[in-house]
Ligand binder design. Structure first.
Ligand SMILES: Cc1cc2nc3c(=O)[nH]c(=O)nc-3n(C[C@H](O)[C@H](O)[C@H](O)COP(=O)(O)OP(=O)(O)OC[C@H]3O[C@@H](n4cnc5c(N)ncnc54)[C@H](O)[C@@H]3O)c2cc1C
Length: 463
C-alpha cells in the first residue's frame, strides 16, 4: 500500500477548508492545510465579517437622527474612517488567530504557502518548492472579484478587496453591480456620508430575489439619497489631473468620483492550480465540477465552497465541508443540501429571504396564495422615519406549504434565519396561523396575515 505524507491535504484556509481540515484532524486523520494569504479566507478577512462591521458603522447616522423623536439630543458627531479600519483589522486578526488555533488544537499541520497540484496525489508548496503527497485532496480555494479588462480605464477601479483597506473615505463613489455585494457597499458608503451611485446593467437590482422586495429596496435606497442607475453600464473610466475619476456611461452620463468600485461577480480561484496536471475537470467559468458528494472527476480529489460555484455563501461552504467529512471519514455518504438556503442582504433596510420568490414559485406550482404586508414599523413612528417594511409569504395552494418567505426591514436577516427553519421543515400556512404572535414586534406580521393578498394561477394573477 502506498504511504502518503498525509491522509488529507486541504488547499485553502477559508470557511470550507478550515472546517473540513479541523474536523478531519479531530477524527485522528493526518491533515495538512495550506493557505496562501490569511487563515479565515474571504468571509473573515475580506467578506462577511468586515462587511458586517462596516454595515454597523454606517447605521449610526440614522440612529442619531431617529433619537430626536424619542427625546434625545445627540451632540456634535464626527466619523473617523481610520479608527474604523484599525478596529476592524484588530477584530479580524483576533478571528484569524481563533481559526489557526482551532486547526492546531485539532492536530492539523498548518502550511503558510500557496499550494498547487503536481498530480492527483502530489502537492507543490510554492513557498519553499517542497512537494508532499496525500491520499485525499480537498480543494477549497474560494474565489476572487471579477475584474473588467475590456473596460477602458479598468485599472483605476477597485473591488470589494480594496474597499476594506482604503487609505481615505472617498467623498463620492460609483459602484457597478446589482448583486448583494454592490448593494451592500452602496448602503455602507452612503451611510458613512459618501455621495453614492450604484450602476447596474440589468432591469432591477438583486435579480434573484423576490420582485416586490427588490423594487421596495430600490425605492428606499433612492429615498435615502443613493442614486440607482439601472440598465446602464460604464463605457470608460478616466483619471483627471486632480486625481479624481470620471466614469462615463452609455447614457452619456459622466460621474465625477473619488473611487469606482466593481462588484460585477466573482471568479473561482482555479487558475494556475495545476488542475490540468491532476486531470480535474472545470466548467466554463473555471469552476471545479463536482458530483452530488463534492467529488471531482478524479477519485481522490474533492472540492467545496465558492470554487465549485454552487451557492456562494459561508454557511454553504461549511455545510459542504461537513458533508465531505461525513462521506469520506465517517462512512456516511452525505450530499450537501442546497434547497431553501436562508440568506440576507445587509442593505438599509435589510432584506432577508428563504425559499422561492413569487416568480420562481409561479413556474413550479400551479396555484399560489400570496400574503403581503407593507407597513411602517413601530420604531419608525416616533422617529418620524417614513421607511416601510415589506413581508411576503408565498404559499403553494395545493399542499398549503409556505414555499417562500421574504422580509424587507429592520432585522430582516435575523428573521430569515428563523423563517428558514419553518420553510425547511415544510410547514404550512396553517402552522404559521396557529403560531401565537409575539407582541409588539414587526415579525408578528408573519403570523397574522390571515387573508391572501392575491392568488396566482398558472403564472397569472387572479385577484
Ligand atoms: C464582500 C463579500 C461579502 C460577503 N458577505 C457574505 C455574507 O454576508 N454571508 C455569507 O454567507 N457569505 C458572504 N460572502 C461569501 C463568503 O465569503 C464565501 O462564500 C465564503 O468565504 C466561501 O468560502 P470558501 O471556503 O469556499 O472560500 P474562501 O473563504 O474564499 O477561502 C479560500 C481560501 O483559499 C486560499 N487560496 C486560494 N488559492 C490557494 C492556493 N493555491 N493555495 C493556498 N491557499 C489558497 C485563499 O487565500 C482563501 O483564503 C461574502 C463575500 C464577499 C466577497
Amino acid at each position: 500500500m502506498t504511504q502518503y505524507d498525509y491522509d488529507l491535504f486541504v488547499i485553502g484556509g477559508g470557511s470550507g477548508g478550515v472546517r473540513a481540515g479541523r474536523v478531519a484532524a479531530s477524527l485522528g486523520k493526518r491533515v495538512a492545510i495550506a493557505e496562501e494569504y490569511r487563515f479565515g479566507g474571504t468571509c473573515v478577512i475580506r467578506g462577511c465579517v468586515p462587511k458586517k462591521l462596516f454595515v454597523y458603522a454606517s447605521q449610526f447616522p440614522e440612529h442619531f437622527e431617529d433619537a430626536a423623536g424619542y427625546g434625545w439630543t445627540v451632540g456634535e458627531r464626527s466619523f473617523d474612517w481610520k479608527t474604523l479600519i484599525a478596529n476592524k483589522d484588530k477584530e479580524i486578526a483576533r478571528l484569524e488567530g481563533l481559526y489557526r488555533k482551532g486547526l492546531e488544537n485539532a492536530g492539523a499541520t498548518i502550511i503558510e504557502s500557496r499550494a498547487v497540484l503536481e498530480d492527483a496525489h502530489t502537492i507543490r508548496l510554492q513557498k519553499d518548492g517542497r512537494t508532499v503527497t496525500a491520499e485525499t485532496i480537498l480543494i477549497a480555494t474560494g474565489g476572487h472579484p471579477s475584474l473588467h479588462p475590456a473596460l477602458p480605464g479598468h485599472e483605476h477601479c477597485i473591488t470589494s478587496d480594496e474597499a476594506f483597506h482604503l487609505e481615505e473615505l472617498p467623498k463620492a463613489i460609483v459602484i457597478a453591480g446589482g448583486g448583494y455585494i454592490g448593494v451592500e457597499f452602496a448602503n455602507i458608503f452612503h451611510g458613512l456620508g459618501v455621495e453614492t451611485t450604484l450602476i447596474y446593467r440589468g432591469k432591477e437590482i438583486l435579480g434573484r430575489f423576490d420582485k416586490d422586495l427588490r423594487t421596495a429596496l430600490h425605492v428606499e435606497m433612492e429615498a435615502k439619497g443613493i442614486k440607482v442607475l439601472c440598465k446602464e453600464i460604464f463605457t470608460k473610466i478616466e483619471k483627471r489631473p486632480d486625481g479624481r475619476l470620471e466614469a462615463h456611461t452609455n447614457a452619456d452620463r459622466t460621474l465625477v468620483v473619488d473611487q469606482v468600485m466593481l462588484a460585477i461577480g466573482r471568479q473561482p480561484n482555479t487558475s494556475g492550480l495545476g488542475l490540468d496536471r491532476a486531470g480535474v475537470t472545470t466548467g466554463p467559468k473555471g469552476e471545479i465540477i463536482v458530483d452530488d458528494y463534492s467529488r471531482t472527476n478524479v477519485e481522490n480529489i474533492y472540492a467545496v465552497g465558492d470554487v465549485t460555484d454552487r451557492v456562494q455563501l459561508t454557511p454553504v461552504a461549511i455545510h459542504e465541508a461537513m458533508c465531505f467529512v461525513d462521506t469520506v471519514y465517517r462512512g456516511k455518504p452525505t450530499k450537501p443540501d442546497h434547497e431553501a438556503v436562508a440568506t440576507a442582504v445587509f442593505s438599509q433596510p435589510e432584506l432577508g429571504t428563504v425559499g422561492l420568490s413569487e416568480e420562481d414559485a409561479a413556474k413550479k406550482y400551479d396555484e399560489l396564495e400570496i400574503y403581503k404586508a407593507t407597513f411602517r414599523p413601530m420604531r419608525h413612528t416616533l422617529s418620524g422615519r417614513m421607511e416601510k417594511m415589506v413581508m411576503k409569504l408565498i404559499v403553494d395552494a395545493a399542499s398549503r406549504r409556505v414555499v417562500g418567505a421574504h422580509v424587507l426591514g429592520v432585522d430582516a436577516g435575523e428573521m430569515a434565519q428563523l423563517l428558514g427553519i419553518a420553510v425547511k421543515a415544510k410547514l404550512t400556512k396553517e402552522d404559521f396561523d396557529a403560531t401565537m404572535a409575539v407582541h409588539p414586534t414587526a415579525a408578528e406580521e408573519l403570523v397574522t396575515m390571515y387573508q391572501p393578498s392575491y392568488r396566482v394561477k398558472n403564472g397569472e394573477l387572479i385577484a
